[in-house]
Ligand binder design. Sequence first.
Ligand code: NAD
Length: 499
Amino acid sequence: MTLPGGWPGETFVPAGPGHPPPMHTVAQLIGGVWGAGGDGGEFVVHDPSDSSPVTSAPVATADEVGKAVDAARGVAAQWAATPAAQRAAALHAAADAVEAAADELARVTTAEMGKPLGDARGGVEAGVGTLRQYAELAPLRGGRTLLGEPAAIDYLMPQPRGVVAAITPWNDPVAVSCGLLGAALVTGNVVLYKPSERTPATGWLLARALDQALPPGVLSLLTGGPEVGAALAAQEVDVVAHVGSTATGRAIAAAAARTGAKLLLENGGSDPLVVDGDVDPGWAAAQAALGSFANAGQICVAVERIYVHRDVAEDFVDALVERAATLRVGPGLEPGTELGPLVDRRHRDRVHGQVTAAVAEGARLRAGGTLPDGPGAFYPATVVSDCRHEMALVREETFGPVAPVVVVDSFSEGLRCAADSPYGLAATVLTGSMSHAQRACRELPVGTVKVNAVFGGAPGGAAHPRRASGQGYGYGPELLDEFSATKMVHVAPPGGGHW
Ligand code: NAD
């Protein structure tokens, strides 16, 4: 059965003359069997640059989800009892397999969600790096030994939590999935992986590569949309790890409250950029353009709102407008493309709606902001000046190539506005003042603070997102702890005295 149209807002393009057949046909992996299930029909993913069909994938039924969880539970004890070094070797072998599939993974990522091929390749490389880091780190992380009665033995023992549901988004599908799957698997958990309905073939290729290196049944792949994610989150699993939007994270939190599953949520953000009065406005504009337009703004830590000091505001906006105009727009597979399409037209409508609402409320369009003719879900790099802090374009997550600029009279005002948000993911300040930088690091209620660079940071970085942005560590060595349950052990000598 083929369901016409996939999800609301998607156009269904039938295979036939003029339309090549889907490039990839995805199979599910349930209980160690590829191709299992499929009673829920199929959905088709379209290339956001030209609407051609690129993937067909099954929709898992609730029954298939339940069976997958039961099957996973059946092999959980065996995988948990596998020596840590052996699990780490399996993860290294999995990283080799992902590396070998890197070209195909990158091309399929671009075909499914639109990002420039070089970026997609970078995402795969980041994913491979993360798998290898977890393979190295996991066997080294033991528990503490405690100092109790001299004749007793007291220690903390990390154990796998059991069955993990990993539900992931489309915007950086390989890197994000490798982090969650790698950390969960290497710590001895079995994993049910539900990639985004926008990037099912990317998830399928990744699962195929990982599964080659793992015992059957340790990893399962379920495909479909929100209803499949919801069916999975409602199951009696031990952990639900979700990277995605805040609304979904909240629905999953409600489901986990009923089952008692541990939650890991890495959700939306509305990251501020505060531009101080003492910086070079051209350099600041280059940072803002990178933060707002990379991956067409579809990055959880994209710059979503800019508070610029009045002293440099005019030059800053002029330079930002110039940057927006020079970005090379095109399909992600075309060499030289800097700005690919948005993920689909439904999302483009949302982005454009926020921009037009801000303009209707008095903001000024300085670059972009119009819907282009032609196929696909392209949206131009957009600069909106004269914004106010209260506007939805500023306060909500836009997730598009849009830079809304608010002028402030002082660094303190910029910091105050930056802190005033329902989200708490990350923030950047550009300043030459050490004391301003220190204040930002101390005062901003977010997981990550960056000074003088919108992206970057040392390997192993981990942070707690706050408020609507989620909870728990989603990255770094600490993610290994999230997927482990600590047991305390006290062993006293028998008979009250001697061994
Ligand atoms: P999304 O939450 O809509 O979808 C993510 C996954 O959740 C998909 O697999 C989807 O099918 C599933 N899902 C949807 N509804 C569900 C439900 N009711 N129950 C269970 N699962 C459900 O997010 P998206 O649109 O794919 O991704 C974009 C969002 O992800 C943005 O908000 C972005 O900021 C966020 N994101 C956050 C991080 C981070 O580390 N904080 C990283 C990447 C993306």
